[in-house]
Design a protein around this ligand. Structure first.
Ligand SMILES: Nc1ncnc2c1ncn2[C@@H]1O[C@H](COP(=O)(O)OP(=O)(O)O)[C@@H](O)[C@H]1O
Ligand SMILES: O=C(OP(=O)(O)O)[C@H](O)COP(=O)(O)O
Length: 396
């Protein structure tokens, strides 16, 4: 994979840089700036080389049109602070504001475009629509650098199509992440345990298919667990559920049994009627979730069960919080699993925007794990052996 150094002299060149700046926000306050920090070294290297750096990023999942709560404006401010230099913020992505902002850049300056996903073409499944958006983005740059590791599993205009129309290279973060995972991929020490949770259930259920061929144990918590519990015949009340995946999940349960993979599900759950910080909570068996309650964290018996399954692991990969850890009543499962993963004698990798935020919130830093990855879905797809569009396109 070509790196920035191989792009030639960048002085005066407009570099379109795809970063993953998808950070958790509480109104306009960034609650964890890990992804912004991780994007800084590449930006600094490009700016020091005299490039005019045009950063492109997404925030959340807006529906293809501008929405104030998904604006990248707070991220531009934080990026300015971290760089110690002004970051010009364009109020649109490929419109007049973007063109003027880029035209006004001097060598070594940095700009950030508004959320790419305010344009439906960014994430379109239609190749021609994405290509048209990439062509408009390409007018704002001479070179493309891909550094948003958290999105390299997405075949999207700013990740994939842009590399087909501009000279391109991988940024420092993408290179470092790929290298870190190569070590895990290459003959993992066993027992090899993957812990899955979080709320992107439909996205991440699919990775289990391939992981069943690779791992010794799969621990499933977070929003991911309830489709499994339902597939086993339990009612899950108002918990997150992928109804249309129940047959697929039954298939996973059968295959895990056949292959001797331990698929470990919660035995108890913290439930509440609403997702709120002052909700009345109770702990119920996973087989007895009341119809009017939602499962929002794993319970104490599950924490013990998971701790036991992690104790002798030699390789652990964890993506997805065990509960709604942002709120104190539902944070304990994530906290205890984070501690258990940090104590693993061997390789421990935490991936994902929210999972990484959770471990940092607990005061566990890079030193407590072999690697904290900025990508959750991206790292899981790498580990399952998939070809990631945003990486293969960089080889072309
Ligand atoms: N049982 C649950 N019900 C609803 N949301 C949950 C549950 N467990 C975890 N979550 C939510 O999952 C989100 C993170 O999911 P995801 O994006 O898949 O993880 P990551 O960003 O680490 O890859 C968090 O905001 C958390 O509140
Ligand atoms: O947060 C992200 O992924 P993650 O939750 O899997 O870590 C990335 O920014 C990708 O976002 P997406 O899953 O909306 O494409």
């Amino acid at each position: 994979m070509r790196g920035i150094d191989e792009l030639g002299d960048l002085r005066g060149q407009r570099v379109l840089l795809r970063s993953d700046l998808n950070v958790p926000l509480d109104a306009e306050t960034i609650t964890d700036d890990g992804r912004v920090r991780a994007s800084v070294p590449t930006i600094q290297q490009l700016a020091s080389a005299g490039a005019r750096v045009v950063v492109m990023a997404h925030l959340g999942r807006p529906k293809g049109a501008p929405e104030a709560k998904y604006s990248l404006a707070p991220v531009a401010k934080r990026l300015s602070e971290l760089l110690g230099a002004d970051v010009a913020f364009a109020a649109d992505t490929v419109g007049e504001s973007a063109r003027k902002t880029v035209a006004a850049l001097a060598d070594g300056d940095v700009a950030l475009l508004e959320n790419l996903r305010f344009d439906a073409r960014e994430t379109s499944k239609d190749d021609a629509e994405r290509a048209a958006f990439a062509a408009e983005l390409a007018e704002l740059g001479d070179v493309f650098v891909s550094d948003g590791f958290g999105v390299v599993h997405r075949k999207q205009a700013s990740v994939y199509d842009l590399a087909e129309v501009l000279p391109h290279a991988a940024g420092l973060l993408v290179k470092a992440e790929v290298q870190a995972f190569a070590k895990v991929l290459d003959d993992p020490a066993r027992p090899y345990v993957v812990v899955l949770g979080g709320s992107k259930v439909s996205d991440k259920l699919g990775v289990i298919d391939n992981l069943l061929e690779k791992v010794d144990r799969l621990l499933i918590g977070g929003g991911m667990a309830f489709t499994f519990l339902k597939a086993q015949g339990y009612e899950v009340g108002g918990s997150l559920l992928e109804e249309d995946q129940l047959d697929t999940v039954r298939g996973y349960l059968d295959r895990a049994g056949e292959r001797g993979v331990e698929l470990v599900l919660p035995v108890d759950v913290v439930v509440a009627a609403d997702i709120s910080a002052d909700a009345a909570t109770s702990v119920v068996p996973a087989s007895a979730i009341p119809a009017d309650q939602k499962g929002l964290d794993i319970g104490p018996a599950t924490i013990e069960l998971f701790r036991g399954k992690l104790a002798d692991a030699k390789t652990v990969v964890w993506n997805g919080p065990m509960g709604v850890f942002e709120l104190a009543p539902f944070a304990e499962g994530t906290k205890q699993v984070a501690i258990a993963v940090s104590e693993v004698q061997g390789t421990s990798v935490v991936g994902g925007g929210d999972s990484a935020a959770a471990v940092r919130q607990l005061g566990l830093d890079e030193g407590a794990f072999t690697h904290i990855s900025t990508g959750g879905g991206a790292s899981l797809e790498l580990l399952e052996g998939k070809v990631l569009p945003g990486l293969t396109v960089l080889e072309s």
